[in-house]
Design a protein around this ligand. Structure first.
Ligand SMILES: [Zn+2]
Length: 327
């Protein structure tokens, strides 16, 4: 865990922490909200380092506590993230147990819950109970990319801290300078909002094939002579069989990204288009009626929500593409 990106890109957030430190006025529950790649998780660990640091200028990033936080091994920092796309009840209960076991011992404790919007109903209820019991030296930091999906009871108990997006062009330019091809750079800059994170994502050997598949499927969505389901069956067998939801979320996000580009295309906001090469291919085939494209965006969004639950993936894609073809 390094703090370079959060220090560089989220100065407002760092200032908020430093001011709270000066006045010794922290709230117990924070909700960090902002786009993917805006260093919310790093900021949560930075907050933990700030709270636990034994140095003079906090966080010194040199004392034992700071080191342990940065290595993500500090015993007073607890971390929960979605397991295969969802925060489950057992995870919330484990955190609650940890909390009640350590409640009587001295010292500050920081509970970090990543992507709180992905907590299912029973997990959210357990977490709410934990938030209600928070006091003393216990702090909870939750993060989300979709604040609208966070329960209002959770929002109302938290100080909401908004993280700024870095302009896509800035991230893309950094990626192009590091040798990434232009269209890929723009597409993933939009997906992640952080050049270092994109470089990490692209190292995953499953990612570029999913990107190529998404482009082929996008072509089939537009072309009346083709069917995206056939394209998926013929070329995306390994995706359909992929158990890790993360890759399916990426695939659906990319389809959504293409649909958004179509909107940019017909509204003449060419410089905002990420799939630049692809748009040249599909622009003569695409049904460029605004209401149809909006329907396409809505349909993909609706299916994206469904991915959060246990779905049969073959059926999921079949239904998605049938609905998209009917628009
Ligand atoms: Zn320190």
């Amino acid at each position: 865990m390094r703090f370079a990106a959060v220090l560089r890109n989220q100065k407002k957030v760092i200032k908020l922490f430093q001011n709270s430190l000066k006045k010794n006025r922290f709230v117990h529950t924070y909700l960090f909200e902002g786009a993917k790649g805006t260093s919310k998780r790093e900021a949560a660990y930075y907050f933990a380092a700030l709270m636990l640091c034994t140095g003079v200028s906090k966080p010194c990033l040199e004392c034992e506590n700071c080191h342990k936080v940065m290595k993500e091994i500090h015993p007073s920092v607890f971390y929960v993230a979605p397991d295969n796309g969802m925060i489950k009840k057992e995870q919330a209960e484990a955190l609650e147990k940890e909390f009640s076991m350590t409640a009587l011992t001295e010292g500050k404790r920081i509970y970090i819950i990543d992507e709180i919007d992905k907590a299912n109903a029973s997990a959210a209820n357990s977490l709410l109970k934990l938030l209600e019991e928070l006091s003393g030296d216990n702090y909870v930091i939750m993060t989300t990319e979709n604040i609208n999906n966070v329960l209002s009871t959770i929002k109302s108990r938290s100080q909401i801290v908004s993280f700024d997006r870095i302009p896509v062009e800035e991230v893309a330019t950094e990626l192009i300078n590091k040798g990434i091809e232009a269209e890929t750079a723009f597409v993933f800059a939009r997906e992640s909002n952080s050049a270092s994170e994109v470089l990490m994502i692209l190292q995953d050997e499953k990612v570029l094939p999913i990107y190529e598949l998404a482009k082929k499927v996008a072509v089939a969505i537009c072309n009346p002579a083709l069917h995206p389901l056939l394209t998926l069956i013929n070329e995306g067998d390994s995706l359909v069989k992929e158990p890790n939801k993360r890759y399916h979320q990426l695939f659906v996000d990319l389809l959504l990204s293409v649909a958004n580009d179509k909107l940019y295309y017909i509204t003449n906001q060419i410089n905002k288009i990420a799939f630049r090469d692809l748009m040249q291919i599909i622009s003569d085939q695409v049904c460029l009626k605004q209401d149809k494209i909006i329907k396409e965006v809505e349909t993909i969004l609706k299916f994206k929500q469904r991915l959060r639950y246990n779905v049969n993936l073959e059926l999921f894609y079949a239904q998605l593409f049938i609905e998209l073809k009917q628009i």
